[in-house]
Design a binder for this molecule. Structure first.
Ligand SMILES: NC(=O)c1ccc[n+]([C@@H]2O[C@H](COP(=O)([O-])OP(=O)(O)OC[C@H]3O[C@@H](n4cnc5c(N)ncnc54)[C@H](O)[C@@H]3O)[C@@H](O)[C@H]2O)c1
Length: 270
């Protein structure tokens, strides 16, 4: 049975911990770490099998583990990933961080040298299986993300451009490419990062972000065209009640990814 540690006890991390506790994922949760100790303590309080609460990230590295799950932030992933991968496998949620090519190259070198695995769940979108299969044949890739204004409110771009989100109809907030979008909307466009990594890269993957006061879901439309034909995937995700920026599907995708890592006797899909 895989021994798991979790970094980040927010919307995604808490549900992953519960899924292990409820045996939906066949693993043992050994340790958890959050910069806010009270979040880690509150989560431990809700679990039947109590993991250790780590006082620091470095203490977590001294544990006997197979895999660490990052569900914290892009910044956290950048600081922790190399140290984790030197000792353990890693499942990362803050995928936007991997669009920094220098960082990705460094990570890739460690994975090869130390024979580790890095797992990136599909997250809040769909169709990554198909997109990976046609990767070499793609001419055009775009993701159009539509969210209620409250799901975009803290984004650096909104603050930088002083954008008023007190709107009464849908408004295009941003149009650009994924390499730039992940910096402007770090908590919102991990999906654009996943699409980029699976497809034709961040410099070629178009991103449009729309704020819509009349939408209740986080909607992602992915359009991919090429010599294979054309895809048009739309997901309308219910936001997590604990974090409106995070879609419920992202949580379920993370749980399913970890379940597969821990117990994949039959692998369905690409
Ligand atoms: N891949 C996807 O499709 C997808 C979808 C949604 C969210 N995400 C990303 O996953 C991550 C987690 O999302 P969430 O909704 O659970 O966020 P959240 O804000 O609900 O929880 C994050 C938790 O991590 C903790 N944390 C932050 N920095 C930390 C650090 N350096 N060390 C330890 N703990 C730290 C916070 O205190 C918080 O408790 C975010 O980066 C988010 O952008 C990815």
């Amino acid at each position: 049975m895989k021994k798991v540690a979790l970094i980040g006890c927010g919307a995604i991390g808490s549900e992953i911990a519960r899924a292990i506790d409820n045996k939906k994922v066949d693993a043992r949760l050994i340790a958890i770490f959050d910069v806010y100790e009270e979040r880690a303590s509150a989560l431990i309080g809700m679990l039947k099998s109590k993991p250790k609460r780590m006082k620091s990230f470095d203490a977590l590295l001294d544990e006997d583990l197979d895999i660490v799950v990052e569900a914290a932030s892009q910044e956290a992933l950048k600081v922790y990933a190399s140290k984790i991968l030197r000792k353990f496998d890693l499942m990362a949620m803050s995928i936007g961080a991997l669009l920094d090519q220098e960082f990705l190259d460094k990570i890739y070198d460690i994975i090869k040298e130390d024979n580790r695995r890095l797992y990136l769940p599909t997250g809040a979108i769909a169709g990554i299986d198909a997109i990976k299969s046609v990767k070499e044949l793609i001419d055009y890739a775009e993701i159009i993300t539509t969210k209620p204004p409250k799901g975009l409110i803290d984004a650096p771009y909104i603050k930088m451009k002083n954008i008023d989100l007190a709107i009464d109809k849908a408004k295009v907030i941003y149009e650009g490419f994924a390499d730039e979008a992940v910096k402007y909307f770090p908590a919102n466009v991990n999906v654009a990062a996943t699409l980029s990594l699976a497809g034709i890269g961040a410099k070629n993957t178009r991103v449009k972000i729309i704020a819509d006061p009349n939408i209740k879901t986080n909607k992602h439309q992915i359009i991919v065209k090429g010599k294979f034909g054309e895809f048009n995937f739309v997901v309308n995700n219910i936001p997590s009640p604990n974090n409106p920026k995070t879609s419920y599907l992202a949580i379920l995708s993370a749980i399913e990814c970890l379940r597969g890592i821990c117990d994949d006797r039959i692998r369905i899909g690409t």
